[in-house]
Write a protein that binds this ligand. Structure first.
Ligand code: SAM
Length: 220
């Protein structure tokens, strides 16, 4: 009964917030319709899981607004054989969407409790094509590079060099870049060894904290 209710809410979210705002890729739409977002938010927030907004997930972090997840995923242009790196696992919801679309997903989270919670939920939903590690994602995951797609789900002061270095030829990096309170969603492509950046629009993310992100002294 409750599952039917959530399925209905998810359909409504898809029609009004995702397809209704111009996302057209059928694979992205199918993934957004399939993944049970309510299971990735704290129990006390479940009745708000399909609202048009980010929600708190603990540790002063958030699960992104559904449209933001769909928009960033759409910009990644993920193919079935792609290997994708996510920086900022958070609840694991964006990672689940990536698992639906890519061959394999690598996801890095700095907060051990969030990483453990996300891993548990993703395993319980049967996702096998993902590895999660606790660490500083601004350094990327050099042992597994290069990646066809890299998605950063926290706001960076600038584009971390290791992520550029770990982007495959023809690959795409999606990253919010700007101040701690407002960023521009930026798409970087790598073609014949050259990087091109395109600004897609404004966004607001929690800070990307790390060696090549916001450092403690810059947070003050
Ligand atoms: N993608 C997540 C989801 O689907 O729930 C939302 C991510 S939340 C907006 C940003 C996450 O980035 C937080 O969980 C935060 O702990 C994490 N984060 C911030 N800096 C990081 C870093 N250097 N490396 C890895 N994770 C980081």
């Amino acid at each position: 009964m409750e599952e039917n209710h959530n399925t209905e809410l998810r359909k409504k979210m898809l029609e009004e917030q995702i397809a209704g705002r111009g996302i057209k890729d059928s694979r992205v739409l199918a993934a957004m319709e399939k993944v049970p977002r309510h299971l990735f938010v704290p129990e006390s927030m479940r009745d708000r899981a399909y609202e048009d907004s980010p929600l708190p997930i603990g540790g002063e972090q958030t699960i992104s607004q559904p449209y933001m997840v769909a928009w960033m995923t759409d910009l990644l242009h993920i193919g079935k054989d792609d290997r994708v790196l996510e920086v900022g696992t958070g609840s694991g919801y964006q990672a689940a969407i990536l698992c639906e679309l890519a061959a394999y997903v690598y996801s890095i989270e700095k907060n051990p409790e969030l990483a453990a919670g996300a891993e548990e939920m993703l395993r319980s939903l049967g996702y096998k094509n993902i590895s999660i590690k606790v660490g500083d994602g601004t350094k990327g995951w050099p042992e597994e590079a290069p990646f066809d797609g890299i998605i950063v789900t926290a706001g960076a002061p600038s584009v971390p060099q290791p992520l550029l270095d770990q982007l495959a030829e023809g690959g795409r990096l999606i990253i919010p870049v700007g101040s701690k309170t407002m960023q521009v969603l930026t798409v970087i492509t790598r073609e014949v060894g050259k990087f091109q950046a395109k600004q897609e629009g404004s966004c607001v993310f929690v800070p990307l904290v790390g060696r090549f992100g916001w450092q403690k002294k810059r947070m003050l």
